[in-house]
Design a protein around this ligand. Structure first.
Ligand code: UTP
Ligand code: MN
Length: 498
């Protein structure tokens, strides 16, 4: 067989090795009829020998058949029934403008052979791109480098890739390489916003925040050797495990790792380690709080806390924020903002709620942080991960009967309750919109700040928006006001899953 193939190749040289010019496109000696029609036969699925047979056949009938997919081609013919894979291949293998070519099913070719002339192209012959480049709502070139100018729903067409990129980003974070970490997070964020699956290098080139390394990874389909290496790396696995405990940050996890600890029993049996209150609760409720919280569970908690708020003050309000506000079906915790219209009463409201939950017997853990918010210290020029409002990090006991459709339980767990992480934050009433925008997340927020600073000379955080040119704070009662101040189109919460 090998011999036959190589003989075949001698007769029909490999496209790349063949020299040709516009004036002399023919292999045979016959003068080409129908000079305007330049056919290219896609070898994929067709096979090399059938392709050369069909090429010979067509040329003998006076058709022009191109060996290379160049700008000269007008009719691309394929036997690949799967439009998406064919188009992906075409985009990968051509630098030419595909929109100027007919991409046709073999039926057009056989019809033309029968008729001994190129038949008119009809819809039945066309193999259409599932995501035509021109009609894609977000063409690669139109994608903004800022997440706050992209709409990112929970539907991710590039999950394989973004999962891989997030592993790489996390590993850079674990190794203190912040620049690289951010670069991969940004790239993942761009990929999440796309309404198509990235496959060809042509499209990757045009995307913002995607460098050469990333393009290489994409073309390898993300599941690269590098990712698997990280996933099986002991240090990565251990840091991932330790930081999954409530109250354990990267610094503590590294300290434990350096001391040779690798498992939870290693940590818990080490006499010289003193866990703080948060970490103790983290280990105690690990099984429950490391398991995802469902939307129904979040709703049940909303009703419980809402009841507490109204038992304290009739005009207090509770607002769901965080991932659930962005339309996620599951979260690692539930985030709420509590407000009262009476100025200066935010702290009292929060401590009263904690008291109320305690009296109900459902408070398993509470870390209350009083407010350090001071308008006279604003605007802040440096970025702080935490805001200064009164807040609390809680673990609550949620009963199964409170949840529509029941609890998210681990297999074999027969308890009728579970522990859930809940965060409450209580800003002054005039700071509500900024808090809501900040706590709704996701990392979208980070780009909003970056956009404000670099494109508008404004400083944005969870507390306020400051215009450096006018040297004044800009008021806002809703998120829409903030987007309007920044001259941005409003992005709905469920479009902020960046
Ligand atoms: P989360 O960590 O709860 O993220 O923080 P999430 O998007 O809800 O994701 P899951 O579903 O729980 O895993 C919610 C938002 O609150 C902000 C974070 O930056 C994040 O965007 N936040 C948190 C603050 O702005 N300030 C804080 O002090 C704490
Ligand atoms: Mn959350």
């Amino acid at each position: 067989l090998g011999h036959a193939v190589s003989k075949n190749m001698l007769r029909w040289p490999h496209p790349r090795k063949r020299l040709r010019s516009e004036e002399a496109p023919l292999a045979g000696s016959e003068k080409a009829a129908f000079g305007d029609v330049h056919i290219f036969l896609v070898e994929r699925k067709m096979g090399r020998s059938r392709r050369s047979f069909l090429t010979q056949l067509a040329r003998s009938k006076g058709f022009v058949v191109e060996d290379v997919l160049s700008d000269a081609v007008t009719h691309v013919v394929s036997e690949d029934g799967e439009a998406s894979s064919l188009w992906a291949w075409l985009k990968d293998h051509s630098r030419s403008d595909l929109s100027r070519m007919h991409v046709l099913d073999i039926s057009w070719f056989t019809d033309s052979m029968k008729e001994k002339r190129p038949v008119a192209v009809e819809t039945k012959h066309l193999i259409q791109d599932v995501l035509p480049e021109v009609s894609t709502p977000t063409s690669a070139a139109a994608v903004s480098q800022y997440a706050c100018q992209r709409r990112t729903t929970t539907e991710n067409h590039n999950k394989n890739l973004t999962d891989a990129f997030e592993v790489l980003a996390e590993n850079y974070e674990f190794n203190g390489m912040e620049g690289q970490c951010l670069a991969f997070r940004r790239a993942a964020s761009v990929l999440k916003s796309l309404s198509w699956e990235v496959r060809s290098s042509e499209r990757v080139h045009e995307l913002p925040c995607l460098g050469e390394t990333m393009e290489e990874l994409i073309l390898q389909y993300g599941r690269s050797f590098e990712v698997n290496k990280i996933l099986s790396d002991e240090r990565y696995q251990t840091l991932k495990l330790f930081t999954s405990v409530f109250g354990v940050g990267l610094k503590t996890a590294e300290k434990w790792y350096r001391r040779g600890l690798r498992t939870f029993p290693d940590v818990l049996e080490e006499p010289s380690i003193h866990l703080n209150r948060m970490q103790q609760s983290g280990f105690l409720h690990y099984g429950d709080i490391s398991r995802a919280v469902s939307k129904a569970e979040a709703q049940a908690l909303g009703s419980i806390i809402d009841e507490a708020v109204h038992a304290i003050t009739p005009d207090g309000t509770l607002t769901l924020t965080g991932g659930f506000r962005r339309g996620k079906d599951f979260g690692h915790d539930v985030d709420f903002i509590v407000t009262t219209p009476e100025r200066g009463q935010e702290e009292r409201l929060l401590t009263s709620i904690i008291q109320h939950l305690k009296q109900q017997g459902i408070l398993l853990f509470s870390d209350y942080q009083s407010s350090s918010f001071d308008m006279s210290k604003l605007p802040s020029h440096r970025f702080e991960a935490m805001d200064h409002f009164a807040k609390c990090f809680l673990i609550l006991r949620l009963e199964g009967r409170e949840v529509e459709g029941g609890l998210c339980r681990a297999e074999g767990d027969s308890r009728d309750w579970r522990a859930v992480r809940v965060d409450l934050v209580s800003p002054p009433p005039d700071r509500f919109a900024f808090t809501l925008l900040g706590w709704t997340g996701s990392r979208f927020e980070r780009d909003l700040r970056r956009f404000a600073r670099l494109e508008r000379r404004m400083l944005l955080d969870n507390h306020a928006l400051f215009d450096k040119t006018k040297k004044e704070f800009l008021a806002a009662t809703t998120e829409k006001d903030i987007f309007a101040h920044l001259g941005l189109e409003y992005i709905e919460p469920w479009q902020r899953n960046a």
